[in-house]
Design a protein around this ligand. Structure first.
Ligand SMILES: N[C@@H](CCC(=O)N[C@@H](CS)C(=O)NCC(=O)O)C(=O)O
Length: 204
């Protein structure tokens, strides 16, 4: 398998962490989807990473589809439970963490995307997305409470998705003090960073 991605994308990191936790071999192919010359459209018509190229060349996206597929490939370290209720809980955590990243990406693009002239940037839109990021962080902190992991008693895709969202916020928006405001999220993130899957994929 080949994973097309970048070292900064939190969605790509989520897939890389899952690949590492599942001990699955793959080749990492970096692609700058923002470059005029990007070839990502040949694999993903949406022009986004992550994109998984399977043996035979078929392409799979997006990150939620990929991680769900990867979890079925090996019984090692099951990350998404089979039982419907528990499964929905983990997928909800992933939706929350991905939603924080989605809003953060929209915020960042509105503020920095070179294709938009300064006069075209909307502070109201930035504030709207920032509100979602802040509300999402608060919801993650409340949902985690004083539990060791987001759902269940073992690390799962919930923790991976939350860890990737927090790591990316720290990378792109260091001014957001989620760690100071929510020590439980800081504790979870520190614990995840002890795992090679996380420490070896920190955003660069
Ligand atoms: N929902 C997608 C989001 C992927 C995404 O937005 N990736 C960004 C990189 S962080 C991207 O490739 N953006 C390029 C673009 O929007 O043109 C997923 O979970 O994979």
């Amino acid at each position: 398998m080949k994973l097309i991605g970048s070292g900064t994308s939190p969605y790509v990191r989520k897939v890389r962490v899952v690949l590492a936790e599942k001990r699955l071999d793959y080749q990492f192919v970096t692609e700058d989807v923002w470059a005029d010359t990007t070839a990502i459209g040949q694999s993903n018509p949406l022009g986004k990473v992550p994109c998984l190229l399977m043996e035979g060349g078929d392409a799979m996206f997006d990150s939620r589809v990929i991680v769900e597929y990867l979890d079925t490939l090996s019984p090692v370290g099951k990350l998404i439970p089979q039982q419907s209720r528990e499964r929905a809980e983990v997928k909800s955590w992933e939706a929350l963490a991905d939603g924080v990243m989605d809003a953060g990406v929209l915020w960042r693009l509105e503020a920095t995307w070179p294709g938009r002239a300064d006069g075209e940037r909307s502070q109201a839109w930035i504030d709207r997305q920032r509100g979602k990021v802040e509300a999402g962080i608060a919801a993650m902190a409340k949902g985690l409470g004083d539990k060791p992991f987001c759902s269940g008693i073992h690390p799962s895709l919930s923790d991976i998705a939350v860890g990737c969202a927090l790591g990316w916020l720290g990378f792109r928006f260091p001014e957001i003090d989620w760690r100071g405001r929510h020590p439980n999220l800081g504790k979870l993130h520190d614990k995840l960073m002890l795992r090679p899957s996380f420490s070896e994929t920190r955003p660069v």
